[in-house]
Design a binder for this molecule. Structure first.
Ligand SMILES: [Zn+2]
Length: 332
C-alpha cells in the first residue's frame, strides 16, 4: 500500500454568536445491540471504577470541634477518610431523579467526530476533514501491535495522509469538521450532553485487577445533542457520524462501535456495538430555518423521518464524493 499526502480544505470559521440557519436540539438514544434485534449480543463499556470518598460523618463532625489543630488531630482526621473504588460510573439523572449509569457526552462526541473524520475521505487530492493525531504511516501496523485493528477497519481512509490538524489559536482557518465540532481555540457548534441509562443494567466483566462495568445487551441510554448555526446538510453529516445511512431510499441507523474494548471484545464477549436513534428534533424560534426545517418546531414520528431523510440527502448531495461509509461491525 502506498500512502498519499493530501491537502485539507480550510476556511475562516463561522461566527460563534450566530444561530442561523438552524439552532436546535435532538433527543438521541444509544441502544446496545442485542441478539433479538440486531442478531448479536454486545456489551457496552461504561466505566472501570470511580473514586468515592467515604467517612463517618459523626466522627468527622466531632473532630472538627477540636480547638487546637496539631499533627495528632490531623492524623485522626485523615484516618477517618477513606478513598474507595466504586465499581460503576454513575451520575444523578435530573429526569428520573436517581443515580444511574451514564456515558459522558465527551465520549459520545469523540466517537461521532472521529467516525466522521474517517468516513469523509479525500477526493481529487483534497480532504474536507483533518484527522488527529495526524501521524505519517509508512506501512500497515503489524498484527497485534497498537492500533492494527483500527487500521484494518479504516485502511481505505488511512491510506491518505492529511496535512496537519487544525489549530485556531495559530490560524483562524479550519476544516469543516473542526468548524462544527471545535478545535484548539475554537468552541463547538454541536454539543453532546450526558447520556443516562433508561433501560437495562450493568454487569462486571472485569477481573481482580480491573473492574469493568458494562451495560448488558438491549440496554438504552438517552441524551441530547444541541446544535447552532448549522445547515441542513451539516445536520445530515452529524447523522452520518452517528451511523445513519440511506438504504433503499429510507434512512437507517446501522450498528457502530463505541467505547473501550470495542475492537478486541472482553473475556470472549462482544463489546461496543450500538445504534444511535434520534427520538425527536426541536428547532428554536430564534433561528431562520433551512428549507423544509422551520424554526420553533418539534419534529416527531413521520415528520421527524422526513427531516432525517432530507438532511441525509442534503449531505450526500453536497459532500457525496467524500462520503465513504464503512460497516465497522462487519470489518472488525
Ligand atoms: Zn480540522
Amino acid at each position: 500500500m502506498s500512502f498519499q499526502l493530501v491537502k485539507v480544505r480550510r476556511e475562516h470559521y463561522r461566527d460563534r454568536r450566530g444561530l442561523d440557519p438552524l439552532e436546535g436540539l435532538m433527543e438521541v438514544e444509544i441502544e446496545v445491540c442485542s441478539k433479538e434485534k440486531h442478531g448479536v449480543d454486545s456489551y457496552l463499556f461504561v466505566g472501570s471504577g470511580e473514586e468515592e470518598i467515604n467517612y463517618q460523618r459523626e466522627a468527622i463532625e466531632k473532630l472538627s470541634q477540636e480547638r487546637y489543630w496539631n499533627d495528632t488531630v490531623l492524623k485522626k482526621y485523615s484516618d477517618q477518610i477513606k478513598i474507595d473504588k466504586k465499581a460503576f460510573q454513575t451520575s444523578y439523572d435530573p429526569y428520573s431523579k436517581q443515580k444511574v449509569n451514564v456515558i459522558f457526552g465527551s465520549s459520545v462526541k469523540g466517537n461521532v467526530k472521529s467516525r466522521l473524520q474517517l468516513t469523509l475521505q479525500p477526493y481529487k487530492g483534497t480532504a474536507i476533514a483533518c484527522i488527529y493525531p495526524s501521524r505519517i504511516l509508512k506501512s500497515h501496523p503489524p498484527i497485534g501491535t497498537s492500533g492494527w485493528r483500527h487500521f484494518k477497519i479504516w485502511e481505505d481512509s488511512l491510506q491518505y495522509v492529511r496535512e496537519n490538524v487544525c489549530n485556531a489559536t495559530a490560524r483562524p482557518v479550519v476544516c469543516l469538521l473542526c468548524d462544527l465540532f471545535g478545535a484548539p481555540g475554537l468552541s463547538s457548534l454541536i454539543e453532546f450532553g450526558t447520556f443516562y441509562m433508561t433501560e437495562g443494567s450493568t454487569v462486571d466483566l472485569g477481573h481482580e485487577v480491573e473492574r469493568v462495568a458494562a451495560a448488558k445487551p438491549g440496554s438504552r441510554f438517552r441524551g441530547s445533542v444541541s446544535f447552532k448555526a448549522v445547515k441542513l446538510e451539516e445536520l445530515g453529516l452529524l447523522l452520518i457520524g452517528m451511523g445513519y445511512s440511506i438504504v433503499d431510499g429510507r434512512h437507517k441507523s446501522m450498528p457502530v462501535l463505541l467505547g473501550s474494548h470495542k475492537y478486541r471484545g472482553l473475556n470472549r464477549n462482544l463489546m461496543g456495538r450500538v445504534t444511535y436513534n434520534v427520538l425527536n428534533l426541536k428547532t428554536s424560534s430564534r433561528c431562520k430555518g433551512d428549507g423544509i426545517v422551520t424554526c420553533g418546531t418539534v419534529y416527531e414520528k413521520g415528520e421527524l423521518e422526513n427531516v432525517l431523510i432530507n438532511a441525509l440527502k442534503a449531505a450526500f448531495d453536497k459532500f457525496g464524493p467524500y462520503i465513504k461509509q464503512i460497516d465497522e461491525c462487519r470489518k472488525v
